[in-house]
Each structure stands twice: as structure tokens, then as C-alpha cells.
Design a binder for this molecule. Structure first.
Ligand code: SAM
Length: 226
């Protein structure tokens, strides 16, 4: 059975589905999508040999080799320009997702939708998206197996885009919704920042700027969760 997290990503793929799943590991997402949509095609990209072999095995077992290609390579290197109309990248840190998008920019022409699930640092992903004309059109926050995941869905737009600092950190839709999972996440994030500040204050050379940034974020979190 597919995780709730990956199911949620699949929900946001739009017909006609020709997508690349970057960092696909077992290729569970492409197999799930192509099993449900008979015209869908996918490229499962993997940089590491173990997951690359696992992905090929899952695709073979599902008898989907005619519609899912497993390719080995770094980030968007595995796709050609205009080969896919949507890209999913899930289960990585926001910094790595940002690097993959930044380094693969040339491959994004023709990609109308990016569906991203950063494990941490979602604000870095949101910032990259708006700076590169991808408007956030939906967000999800999900609790599964003791972890909290955010999903960001964004569509290419010609016009310039803007998000406030608050929206970048919390997510424009998640901030409006303030679900129980969201409140739980930010309660923990506040505790984490408080511990970090205390640790930083023990240092011989005080990282003043970092402490100031964390304190500001703590104030924002307090405003949002209270
Ligand atoms: N996307 C799947 C999911 O969400 O369940 C797998 C997530 S797994 C934690 C991250 C995968 O990304 C690993 O299999 C890793 O090999 C792959 N990966 C990491 N950096 C990558 C990169 N630059 N390009 C392609 N794949 C990468």
C-alpha cells in the first residue's frame, strides 16, 4: 500500500500525466500513478545505484516497463527538455530540492506543475518557487508514522509572484487553514527554536544574528499558534 504522503502527491497530477519522479527510490509513486491511469507515462530518476535497482525491480514487477523508464542520474539531468509536463520530488530536505531545481532550470521549460514534498526547510522551496514564476496553488500538511510532512503544489505563471516572510515560512494555504497537524508542527518548531537559542547562548562567541532570526521566528510562531 502506498503511503498517505505519496498518495497525496499523486492526487495533484493533472491529465495528461507525463511526469518525472526525481529521487524515486522504489518507484512506488510512478507505479501507483501508471497503474491507475492507463495513459500516464513516467520517468523515475535516481542518483544512487541501490535505489535505481530497486526502482527497476518494482517497475518490472508491475509490468509497467512500457510506460515507466527508470533512469540513473543526478536531479533533472535524467530528463530532456519538454519530455515531461510535471515533476514530483519528495522525501528530501528543502535545500536539496532547491539545488535540484536550480541546477536543472534548463529542463523546466514545458513543466507546468511542480509537486514537492520537502521533509524540512519548506520555506527555501517556497522562496525558490516564487522567484522562478511557480505560483503555489495548493498545500497539504499530513501526519504519518510520527512525522509531519508538507506537500507544495505549484504551477508556472508568466507574471511576477510574491509571498510575505510569514507565508514563506508557514505556507500561504497552511497558514489560512491552521489545521491541528499544522498547530502541532509549529508548537514543536517553537520548542526546537527555544532549545537552539539556549544552546547558542552558551557559545563563547555569540551568533547574534542567528539568535535574532530565531527569536523573530519564535514571535511569529507564537502569534500564529495562539
Ligand atoms: N521519493 C521517495 C519518497 O518520497 O518516498 C524516496 C525518498 S528517499 C528518502 C530520497 C531518494 O532521493 C533516495 O533514494 C536518494 O537516492 C535520492 N536522491 C538524493 N539526491 C538525489 C539527486 N540529486 N538526484 C536524484 N535522486 C536523488
Amino acid at each position: 500500500m502506498l503511503s498517505k504522503r505519496l498518495e497525496q502527491l499523486a492526487e495533484y497530477l493533472q491529465n495528461p500525466i507525463h511526469f518525472a519522479d526525481i529521487g524515486s527510490d522504489h518507484a512506488y509513486l510512478p507505479c501507483y500513478v501508471c497503474s491507475r491511469h492507463e495513459r500516464a507515462t513516467a520517468i523515475a530518476g535516481e542518483v544512487n545505484q541501490g535505489p535505481f535497482e530497486r526502482a527497476k525491480k518494482t517497475v518490472r514487477e508491475h509490468e509497467l516497463s512500457d510506460r515507466i523508464e527508470v533512469r540513473k542520474g543526478n536531479g533533472l539531468d535524467v530528463i530532456k527538455e519538454k519530455e515531461v509536463n510535471q515533476i514530483t520530488i519528495a522525501g528530501m530536505g528543502g535545500k536539496l530540492i532547491r539545488t535540484i531545481l536550480e541546477e536543472g532550470q534548463a529542463k523546466l521549460s514545458g513543466v507546468s506543475r511542480l509537486i514537492l514534498q520537502p521533509n524540512i526547510d519548506a520555506q527555501l522551496v517556497r522562496k525558490w518557487l516564487i522567484e522562478h514564476h511557480y505560483k503555489i496553488v495548493a498545500e497539504e500538511i499530513i501526519a504519518e508514522d510520527g512525522y509531519i510532512y508538507e506537500v507544495i503544489v505549484s504551477d508556472y505563471r508568466k507574471e511576477p509572484l510574491h509571498l510575505s516572510e510569514h507565508e514563506l515560512l508557514f505556507g500561504p494555504y497552511l497558514l489560512q487553514e491552521k489545521s491541528d497537524v499544522f498547530l502541532k508542527k509549529w508548537f514543536h518548531e517553537k520548542e526546537k527554536r527555544s532549545k537552539l537559542i539556549n544552546q547558542m547562548k552558551q557559545a563563547t562567541i555569540l551568533p547574534v544574528e542567528k539568535i535574532k532570526k530565531l527569536e523573530t521566528e519564535m514571535e511569529w510562531i507564537e502569534e500564529v499558534i495562539e
